[in-house]
Design a protein around this ligand. Structure first.
Ligand SMILES: Nc1ncnc2c1ncn2[C@@H]1O[C@H](COP(=O)(O)OP(=O)(O)OP(=O)(O)O)[C@@H](O)[C@H]1O
Ligand SMILES: [Mg+2]
Length: 482
């Protein structure tokens, strides 16, 4: 009986026999015919693999159960007691994701194809051609490496977005964490995340995605206030070549790119009514068409939405579609503003200090009584984002083990209250960012002149379009109304 196909040329350059860490890859061979096992072991060892043969699947499984995990398994299809197919099942029960190459006689190719359906990587026909075998082993290793890498990336992402990274000991935050855990195994639920700026809406969106069982696809976020309507539509739904003047090539939209994953629509309230209607239709049917396209595309993209304005009020004022509001308000998560958290601010601050201790290699233990008082009393218009910035700065300037009140550079709340300019003078504390300054100045101009946006763009020396973008970006409409 011939075990090998003739002629055989020995290839002197084994390709994938070693991992990046220079550890020999291991291959287990199982065949009830001892000569085959011995021969393959010799050949593969010469190729630089760590090869081992077993006379029966039972012996191989015992070895695996002792903690020895191969990188590839070569298994004969027809063996007494347990056959190749049953071996595959036994491996699956052990949740072992090793590529298995089935070896089979010509007459049983049909069964080998069946084996592939059950998860075998591929099959080799006996008599085995060694070149073919090497090529298959290489391919199996490549695929396995790629899969492993992807799982590793996912695990790191998951770890850095663990639910516990959402800090805070208040009931409100505990409820947020609980909701995210509940959502873990629910596919496709729309979640509406509400809260002022800096309360952690983006953080929550990412945490939902990375902790979901349904995150085979990517996480893509888009700020609906940052783009004019037509661009936003093209970004979301994609377009076919020639759909509009600039569409030189077809481009898939975010809904397609994130298929099997998540699209996070930040500042959803900035969407035009027309686009809101289109989004609603997608949410109802789970299908859409690219701009200029005729084909209905079906995706399983999860939609998360966030807003820092009161959507219910916007619905009442007919600024947001009621039907869409009901559709996206299936599960809602409210991120409380920091100023309502009382002493939980101190817990939160301590956890953030812990994070910075690790990052900056410091050993700050906490706050003096005066600093704690300041933390609780401050209004925190920028919420957790502001708290993080203040603490980072404080840690850099703190010498001892406790952060003192004077290390907390908190801007007096009255002066930061940008919506209340008094006496026509424009005041601002040192340490404010240019963005804060710009936002406050536009608001100030609106109030003092009592004019419309169109009228003040000249006064500010910018185009109406630029002003429109800033109006959206800074959410000025809400601030003016307050
Ligand atoms: N509960 C929290 N625990 C830990 N970090 C938080 C928490 N809330 C917010 N942060 C941190 O504060 C910063 C701002 O959060 P994030 O960007 O998610 O806020 P946001 O609500 O999306 O703000 P905006 O409305 O301005 O977009 C981030 O660094 C985030 O990690
Ligand atoms: Mg955000």
């Amino acid at each position: 009986m011939t075990y090998l196909a003739a002629p055989q040329r020995y290839k002197t350059t084994p390709t994938k026999a070693r991992s990046k860490e220079n550890v020999k890859k291991s291959i287990f061979i199982v065949d009830d015919e001892p000569k085959i096992g011995e021969l393959f072991v010799t050949v593969l060892r010469r190729d630089g693999f760590d090869a081992r043969s077993f006379m029966s699947p039972v012996a191989l499984l015992e070895h695996i159960d002792q903690g020895k995990k191969p990188d590839v398994i070569l298994a004969d299809l027809m063996m007494p007691r347990i056959n190749g197919i049953e071996l595959l099942e036994a491996l699956q029960q052990r949740k072992l994701t090793v590529p298995v190459i089935i070896m089979t006689a010509h007459s049983s190719v049909q069964t080998a194809v069946e084996a592939m359906r059950l998860g075998a990587f591929h099959y080799l026909q006996k008599p085995v051609n060694l070149e073919e075998m090497r090529a298959l082993i290489d391919k199996a290793l490549d695929l396995y490496d790629a899969k492993k890498e992807l799982t590793e990336i996912k695990n790191t992402k998951r770890a850095s977005h663990a639910v516990d990274r959402i800090l805070g000991e208040s009931d409100a935050i505990e409820r947020v964490r609980q909701t995210i855990r509940t959502l873990q195994n629910v596919p496709n639920t729309i979640v509406l995340i509400m809260g002022e700026t800096g309360t952690g809406k983006n953080l929550v969106a990412k945490t939902i995605h990375y902790n979901s069982t349904y995150n085979a696809g990517r996480f893509m976020e888009i700020n609906c206030a940052a783009l004019p309507d037509n661009l936003l539509e093209a970004e979301l739904f994609g377009y076919e070549k020639g759909a509009f003047t600039d569409a030189r090539e077809a481009k898939p939209g975010l809904l397609e790119v994130a298929d099997g994953g998540t699209v996070f629509l930040d500042e959803i309230d900035s969407m035009s009514h027309a686009l809101q209607a289109k989004l609603l239709s997608f949410l109802e049917s789970r299908t859409f068409r690219r701009l200029g396209g005729v084909e209905d595309i079906r995706v399983t993209t999860r939609i998360l939405c966030a807003t820092n304005s009161n959507l219910e009020e916007k619905v009442a004022q007919k600024e947001f579609r009621k039907d869409l509001y009901f559709r996206i308000n299936v599960v809602n998560i409210f991120m409380p503003p920091l100023r309502t958290m009382g002493r939980d601010v101190i817990h939160l601050a301590k956890s953030i200090v812990e994070e910075f201790n690790t990052e900056l290699n410091r050993h700050v233990q906490g706050f003096t009584a005066e600093a704690e008082k300041k933390l609780v009393e401050h209004q925190w218009p920028g919420n957790v984002r502001e708290l993080r910035n203040v603490l980072e700065r404080a840690m850099i300037f703190t010498q001892g083990n406790f952060i003192d009140g004077h290390n907390l550079a908190l801007a007096p709340t009255e002066e930061r209250e940008v919506a209340e300019p008094n006496d026509g003078k424009f005041r601002f504390p040192i340490g404010a960012s240019l963005e804060e300054l710009e936002k406050a100045y536009i608001l100030h101009t609106l109030k003092v002149t009592n004019a419309s946006y169109a009228e003040i763009s000249d006064l500010l020396g910018i185009s109406k379009k630029t002003l429109w973008e800033k109006r959206k970006r800074y959410n000025l409409d809400d601030l003016v109304r307050r």
